[in-house]
Design a protein around this ligand. Structure first.
Ligand code: GLC
Length: 442
C-alpha cells in the first residue's frame, strides 16, 4: 500500500481517537459506549504509544483509579456524566466492601491486557523513563494478577474462571451462548421466549438505539445476560457466594491465553526494574502455562474453553480457537495446527480475515455480534502471536486486510469477514488505535 494512503488512514484514525478522548481516558465510541472499558483502554494505549506516550500513560493510570482493594481491575469505570448515572445503579458494585469509595465501577473484570499496554508504552520510552514507568505500574499489576489466582482459580489449577460473558470481552461468542442456555436460564426467560414477548425488550435496550438490532445480540440472549448480572449483584459480587451452587462459570480460552502472555510480560517488567515477582504468584504463572494443555482436544486438534464445574470442554469453535497463538505457550507443532485452521477456507480464511466464528459453524452469522464478523483487536492479538512463531507472511496478510477495511469504511466496530461491510458502532476507538499500531509496525 502506498505510503501517502497509509498516512491519510493513520491521520483519520488519530482524529477519531482525539474526538473520543475525555480529559484522561478514551471512550470506545460516542453514544453506545460512554464509559471507560478495561481492555478497550489497553488497546487504545497500545496504538497511542506510537505517537503520544503521555496520553497513553494517562489512559492506563486512569484505569488504576478503579482498582478494587482486593486487586481486581473492573471492566468498566463509569463516567460521571449525569445522563449515564443510571448505569452504575444497575451494577451497585458498592455492595462489595472491596470496591473503591470515590469511583463507580462494574463488579467484574475483562481480559488482562494491562501488562501488554504497559510494555507497549515502555518500549517507546527512554531507559530511565521506562524504568520509572514500570516501577509505577508494577505493584498494581502484581496485585491484579494475584487477585486472578486468589479469587478465580479456587482449585489451584492455573486456569482462571469467568462468571459473566462480558468478562471474556467476546460477549456473544458461541461457547458463552451455549453455556448461558444450558446453565443459566431462569423460568421467566423461557416464558418470554415461549410467548414470543421478547420484542418488548427492544424498548429498554440502549444498544439497539445506536446499532441495527440484527448486528447485536438477540433479545433472549440480552435477557439472559441481564439475569446473570442480577444474580451476581444479589450475591454482592462475592465470589464464594457466586460459585455456590452455580454451574455457570467458564475457564475461557481467550482470557487464559491472554493471561499467559500477560504473565510473560510481567516477568519482563520485573526483570527491567530488578524486582522479584512474589513466589506464590510466580508458581501460579508457571502453572497456567502447563494448564493450557487441559483445554486441548486431541480429536478435534484444537483448544476449547471448559466448564469450571463439570470440567467438560465446551466444544464450540470461535475466534478463541486461535488465541493460544498469542499466549506463546503452545508448542510449534500445535501452533502449526492452529495456522492450518486459520488458512482453511471452510473455517477462518475469508476474504477479510479473521472471521470471529468459523464459516462452517452453525452459529456463524455474517454480521452477528461476535458471531462471524472480523474484529481488529483479535486480528491484532493473532497477528502478534503469529509473528512470534515466525509466521510473518500470514501476520502481514491479516494486517494489510485490516488496514484495507478501515481505508474503505473508516474505523467501525467490526466488519463482514466475507465482503468487508462495516457494522456496529462507527468511529470505534480500538479499531482506530490498532490500525495506527499496524501502520507504524509495517
Ligand atoms: C462490547 C464488546 C467488549 C467491549 C465493549 C466496549 O461489550 O464486546 O469487548 O469492551 O463493547 O467497547
Amino acid at each position: 500500500m502506498d505510503t501517502e494512503i497509509k498516512k491519510t488512514i493513520e491521520d483519520s484514525c488519530k482524529t477519531v481517537l482525539q474526538e473520543n478522548w475525555r480529559e484522561n481516558f478514551t471512550i470506545p465510541a460516542e453514544g453506545l459506549y460512554p464509559h471507560q472499558w478495561l481492555w478497550d483502554s489497553c488497546f487504545v494505549a497500545i496504538g497511542k504509544s506510537n505517537y503520544n506516550t503521555k496520553e497513553a500513560q494517562l489512559e492506563i493510570k486512569n484505569l488504576l483509579r478503579g482498582q478494587w482493594a482486593n486487586g481486581m481491575l473492573p471492566h468498566m469505570i463509569f463516567s460521571d456524566h449525569g445522563l449515564h448515572k443510571r448505569d452504575r445503579n444497575i451494577w451497585q458494585s458498592w455492595r462489595n466492601a472491596h470496591s473503591p469509595d470515590d469511583v463507580s465501577t462494574s463488579g467484574f473484570t475483562q481480559p488482562p491486557m494491562m501488562a501488554q499496554a504497559v510494555v507497549s508504552i515502555g518500549e517507546k520510552l527512554k531507559v530511565q523513563e521506562r524504568r520509572s514507568w514500570y516501577q509505577d505500574m508494577f505493584p498494581a499489576l502484581v496485585a491484579y494478577h494475584e487477585w486472578m489466582y486468589a479469587e478465580r482459580d479456587p482449585h489451584d489449577e492455573g486456569l482462571i474462571l469467568l462468571i459473566h460473558p462480558w468478562e471474556s470481552g467476546l460477549d456473544n461468542s458461541p461457547p458463552w451462548v451455549n453455556q448461558l442456555h444450558m446453565h443459566s436460564k431462569p423460568w421467566w426467560v423461557s416464558l418470554v421466549e415461549k410467548t414470543r414477548l421478547d420484542k418488548a425488550v427492544l424498548l429498554f435496550r440502549r444498544d439497539t438505539q445506536h446499532v441495527p438490532p440484527g448486528q447485536r445480540l438477540n433479545n433472549i440472549d440480552a435477557l439472559l445476560y441481564y439475569s446473570v448480572l442480577q444474580r451476581l449483584k444479589r450475591k454482592n459480587w462475592d465470589i464464594d457466594a457466586i460459585l455456590n451452587r452455580s454451574h455457570f462459570a467458564v475457564e475461557d480460552l481467550a482470557f487464559n491465553s491472554i493471561l499467559i502472555r500477560a504473565n510473560t510480560l510481567l516477568r519482563e517488567i520485573a526483570k527491567t526494574i530488578g524486582h522479584k515477582i512474589p513466589d506464590e504468584l510466580s508458581e501460579n504463572m508457571k502453572k497456567s502455562e502447563d494448564a493450557l494443555d487441559k483445554l486441548w482436544d486431541a480429536y478435534y486438534n484444537q483448544y476449547f474453553p471448559r466448564n469450571f464445574v463439570t470440567h467438560k470442554l465446551i466444544k464450540e469453535p470461535s475466534i478463541s480457537t486461535l488465541l493460544p497463538l498469542y499466549s506463546g505457550a503452545v508448542t510449534k507443532e500445535r501452533a502449526a495446527e492452529l495456522v492450518k485452521k486459520l488458512e482453511d477456507k471452510k473455517l477462518f480464511d475469508t476474504k477479510y480475515p479473521i472471521a470471529s466464528v468459523p464459516l462452517s459453524s452453525e452459529s456463524y452469522k455474517e454480521l452477528g455480534y461476535w458471531r462471524g464478523p472480523t474484529w481488529i483487536n483479535t486480528n491484532w492479538l493473532i497477528a502478534d502471536g503469529l509473528k512470534r512463531y515466525g509466521y510473518h507472511d500470514e501476520a502481514n496478510r491479516i494486517i494489510e486486510s485490516s488496514i484495507k477495511l478501515v481505508e474503505a469504511s473508516g474505523p467501525y466496530e467490526y466488519f463482514s469477514a466475507k465482503n468487508g461491510a462495516p457494522a456496529g458502532a462507527r468511529n470505534f476507538s480500538w479499531t482506530a488505535s490498532l490500525i495506527v499500531d499496524f501502520i507504524n509496525r509495517m
